[in-house]
Design a protein around this ligand. Structure first.
Ligand code: GLV
Length: 323
């Protein structure tokens, strides 16, 4: 009896974890959490049990009422690498640290998506697809990787991993970010003053920026015009980074030759949207890299244990980035 109440007391001290995620993803996440964090009671939204017991929350697109009365919430984990879905929630408690999802399987998925599309555009596979449908046997000129500059907008964990793989494949790689980066083989451009120079060299532009008011529509009529004629765009960041009508115009004029888009201003992409049927656009349904519950939960569990042991959390978002 004594030891049982001891366990209960310990559990209360450790608190409970609240999960909010799309309903179809709940079973896999709940199973992974129960397997890895067996000692921590799991609450699945909308069942919050006793809100005072909730210490940790693992969230994707939380509704504003989720945070009501969570007085003891200590850490908020994002299910995804991006945290815009949390920052846009008007009730997000300002004092609670937010942790990005950073784990090797999520990163690897993003590297695969970007490399696949870079090779597809570099080796003109999208054009061979069209030729095949017309039974057209025509060899297109081939350039080497070293003759192509791939510009990566956003050199966070994902951008850096993509850059590292591209340099191994001998592409010329440049990156644009808020602060100067020193990555082997990657030319670093910083901030507004260096944006146009960065764009003017990027034959394939990879968008991996976080979404906030400073990056919204960063790719627009003016910045698209800075890209070399015939450039390709890959967007695996957020739809709002690109002014969609400006991109359509640039595609129609041929200034942008092709785009691989995984994210959109409105998701799911509306049926009538011109991207669906544009001959030079490839659409995927926000699937570039899906968070894997089994490996992601390892990262969450490690961070919870760090927090419980008074150690620094990994990959928190600094308050200045939470404007
Ligand atoms: C998905 O979009 C993510 O943020 O990981």
């Amino acid at each position: 009896m004594n030891s049982q109440s001891g366990i209960v007391e310990h559990m209360n001290e450790a608190g409970e974890l609240l999960l909010h995620i799309d309903p179809e993803r709940v079973p896999a996440w709940a199973a992974a959490l129960r397997a890895t964090l067996a000692e921590m009671p799991l609450r699945i939204w909308p069942d919050r049990g006793d809100p005072d017991q909730i210490r940790y929350a693992l969230l994707w697109k939380p509704p504003p009422e989720l945070f009501d009365g969570l007085h003891n919430l200590q850490v908020i984990f994002s299910v995804g690498a991006g945290i815009d879905h949390l920052l846009s929630c008007t009730t997000l408690p300002a004092h609670v640290p937010v942790v990005r999802m950073v784990e090797p399987v999520l990163t690897a998925g993003m590297v695969e998506y970007v490399i696949y599309n870079v090779i597809r555009f570099h080796r003109r596979m999208h054009e061979y697809d069209v030729q095949q449908r017309q039974a057209q046997w025509q060899v297109l000129p081939q350039v080497t990787a070293g003759d192509l500059t791939i510009g990566i907008m956003g050199l966070g964990v994902l951008g850096e991993a993509v850059a590292s793989m591209l340099t191994k494949m001998n592409y010329r790689v440049t990156g644009w970010s808020r602060s100067r980066k020193s990555l082997p083989g990657v030319r670093s451009y910083v901030g507004e003053p260096e944006l146009l120079k960065f764009l003017s060299d990027a034959q394939i532009l990879v968008m991996l920026l976080p979404m906030d008011e400073t990056t919204q529509h960063i790719l627009n009529k003016g910045t698209l015009a800075q890209l070399p004629s015939g450039a390709c765009v890959i967007n695996a960041g957020r739809g709002g980074l690109i002014h969609e009508n400006d991109l359509l115009n640039a595609l129609d004029k041929g200034h942008i030759s092709c785009a691989a888009l995984d994210v959109f201003e409105t998701e799911p992409l509306p049926e009538a949207h011109l991207f669906w049927r544009h001959p030079n656009v490839t659409v995927t349904p926000h699937a570039a890299s899906l968070t894997n519950p089994v490996t992601a939960v390892q990262f969450v569990a490690e961070n919870i244990r760090r927090h419980q042991n008074g150690k620094r959390l990994k990959h928190t978002v600094v308050p200045t980035d939470r404007r």
